[in-house]
Design a protein around this ligand. Structure first.
Ligand code: P61
Length: 430
C-alpha cells in the first residue's frame, strides 16, 4: 500500500485476492459467447457479426439503428457531439462521471435530479434511481430550448446501483413528449433494472425480463450502452436509436472517432460475442443469481453491523463509510481509508466513491465542496465469484470493524486536475 501511494488503482491485479473494483469488463463470458467469438467475421464492411448485433439490439431494445463503439464513453462522445451545444442543460436522474465529462466538454451543464430519498443511504425504498418528476418539470420549464434531451441511467450507478421504476420511466417520457424533448437511456445495466421492476413493481411479476426491457426502451428514442456491463463482454459499447436522420449524423462522427459503421471500435469477434451476451443477460436464472449475490453480500454485511446503501444494488453493495468511520472527517478521506484497510486485511479491492472521487473546489468561493455521501463500492463481476468469496469479504469487514476506532485518515499528496481518484497518491496520517 505504501508503494502504491495508498491508492488501489496502483496495485497489480496479481496482488489482489478478490477484485471488486468494478463490474465493468471484468465478467466471465459463457461457452456460447466463446463459441461466437470463433465465428466472428472480420470484414471491414458489411461484417456478418455486425448484422448479428443489429438483430440482437432490435430484438432486445427495439431500436432500429446501432452504432458500435469501443466502449460506453465513446457512445456518449458521439451522442453529445451530435446533440449537445454550449450553454445546454442535460437533465437526468444522475449522470455517470464519463457522461458528465462529455457534457462539460461541450461547455454544457449536467443536471442531476434524483429524488431526495435517492441520496439517503439508509432509506429503504424500491426505486431509489427514480428521477424527481416535480424537479424535472420545473427544469424543463426553466431551461426551455436549452435541454437537448433527458438521460435516464438504468440502473443508477452513482447512488448504489439503484433501479428506476417503469412508472417513473413512463412519466418521464410523458413529460419529455409534452415539452418536445427526447428521452434517452444510459442502458449499461438495463437487464438488472428490468429484473428489479419484475421483482418490485406491481403488475410486472409475471412478465419476462425481455418483455419488460422492451417496454422500458419503448419510452425512449435511443440509448448509449457500455457493453462491458450488461452486454457480458470484456470490451465494447454502442449507441442505438430509432431516428434515421440522427443515425446518419452519428455515423459521420463514428467514422471519425471509432471506425466504419459496421464495426465501430470493435473487432468482428467482439461484435459476435456481444450479440450473444445481450440476449443471455436477460435470462432469469442468471439474473436471480446475479442480483441475489449482491443481496447475499449485503445481508452478511448487515449482520456484521456494517452500514450500506439500502437496499443492495444490482451490481454490488455500497458501504456507507461516513457511518462506518464517523470519527474520520471527510477531508481526511474516510472512504479511502476503508478501501486501504480492505486491501491490507483481506487483499480485497474496492473503490472509493466519496471525497477522492467527487469533492471539488467551488469555482467562485474556492472552498472545497464535499459529496453528500461517502461511499465505498463493492462491485461484483458477473459469473466470476462464488458466495464463499462474499463470505470472505464479510469476514474481512468484521476484522476491520473490531479495530476501526484506531483507524486514522489519509492526506492526499498528489492529485491530477481531472478524475483525480485514478492517480491520486496519499500519506498515512497515523
Ligand atoms: C464502473 F470509476 N462504469 O462503474 P465505459 N455509464 C455508466 C457506467 O457505469 C459506465 C459508463 C457509462 C464503470 C467504469 C468506470 O471514473 C470511472 O464502457 C452507468 O466504461 O466507457 C462505466 O462506460 C462508461 C469507472 C468508468 C470509473 C469511469 O466501474
Amino acid at each position: 500500500m505504501r508503494e502504491a501511494g495508498y491508492n488501489v488503482f496502483n496495485l497489480r491485479s496479481e496482488d489482489v485476492y478478490i477484485d471488486l473494483l468494478t463490474d465493468s469488463g471484468t465478467s466471465a463470458m459463457s461457452d456460447r459467447q466463446w463459441a461466437a467469438l470463433m465465428t466472428g467475421d472480420e470484414a471491414y464492411a458489411g461484417s456478418r457479426s455486425f448484422f448479428e448485433l443489429e438483430s440482437a439490439v432490435r430484438d432486445v431494445m427495439g431500436y432500429r439503428f446501432v452504432v458500435p463503439t469501443h466502449q460506453g464513453r465513446a457512445a456518449e462522445n458521439i451522442l453529445m457531439t451530435a446533440l449537445v451545444k454550449e450553454g445546454d442543460m442535460v437533465l437526468g436522474n444522475a449522470h455517470f462521471d464519463t457522461t458528465e465529462g462529455h457534457i462539460m466538454l461541450r461547455k454544457a451543464t449536467p443536471v442531476n435530479l434524483l429524488t431526495e430519498e435517492g441520496y439517503d443511504p439508509a432509506a429503504e425504498a424500491p426505486f431509489k434511481g427514480d428521477i424527481d418528476l416535480v424537479k424535472l418539470e420545473a427544469a424543463l420549464k426553466e431551461y426551455g430550448g436549452r435541454v437537448p434531451f433527458v438521460l435516464l441511467t438504468v440502473t443508477c450507478n452513482n447512488n448504489g446501483g439503484q433501479p428506476v421504476s417503469m412508472a417513473n420511466i413512463r412519466a418521464t417520457s410523458e413529460l419529455c413528449r409534452r415539452y418536445g424533448v427526447p428521452l434517452y437511456f444510459d442502458a449499461a445495466r438495463f437487464a438488472e433494472n428490468a429484473y428489479f421492476i419484475r421483482e418490485r413493481e406491481p403488475g410486472y411479476g409475471g412478465r419476462s425480463v425481455a418483455d419488460i426491457s422492451r417496454e422500458m426502451f419503448s419510452y425512449g428514442e435511443g440509448c448509449t450502452m457500455s457493453a462491458k456491463k450488461d452486454g457480458l463482454v470484456n470490451i465494447g459499447g454502442f449507441l442505438a436509436m430509432n431516428d434515421e436522420g440522427f443515425y446518419q449524423t452519428a455515423v459521420q462522427w463514428e467514422i471519425v472517432y471509432e471506425g466504419f459503421r459496421t464495426y465501430g471500435g470493435m473487432a468482428g469477434r467482439d461484435l459476435a460475442a456481444l450479440a450473444v451476451g445481450l440476449r443471455e443477460v436477460e435470462d432469469l436464472d442468471y439474473l436471480e443469481n446475479r442480483v441475489g449475490q449482491a443481496a447475499y453480500l449485503a445481508q452478511g454485511l448487515w449482520a456484521a453491523g456494517v452500514p450500506t446503501v439500502r437496499p443492495a444494488g444490482g451490481h454490488g453493495v455500497y458501504v456507507d463509510a461516513k457511518a462506518f468511520l464517523p470519527h474520520i472527517p471527510q477531508p481526511q478521506f474516510p472512504g479511502q481509508r476503508l478501501v486501504v484497510e480492505l486491501y491490507l486485511e483481506g487483499a480485497v479491492r474496492a473503490v472509493e466513491l466519496g471525497t477522492a472521487a467527487f469533492a471539488h473546489r467551488d469555482p467562485e468561493t474556492g472552498e472545497m465542496v464535499y459529496p453528500r455521501m461517502e461511499l465505498v463500492r463493492l462491485a461484483i463481476p458477473r459469473r466470476v465469484y462464488t458466495d464463499r468469496h462474499m463470505d470472505f469479504v464479510v469476514h474481512t469487514f468484521e476484522r476491520i470493524a473490531a479495530r476501526k476506532a484506531s483507524l486514522t485518515g489519509l492526506k492526499m499528496v498528489y492529485e491530477a486536475p481531472v478524475l483525480r481518484h485514478f492517480t491520486a497518491r496519499y500519506e498515512d496520517l497515523s
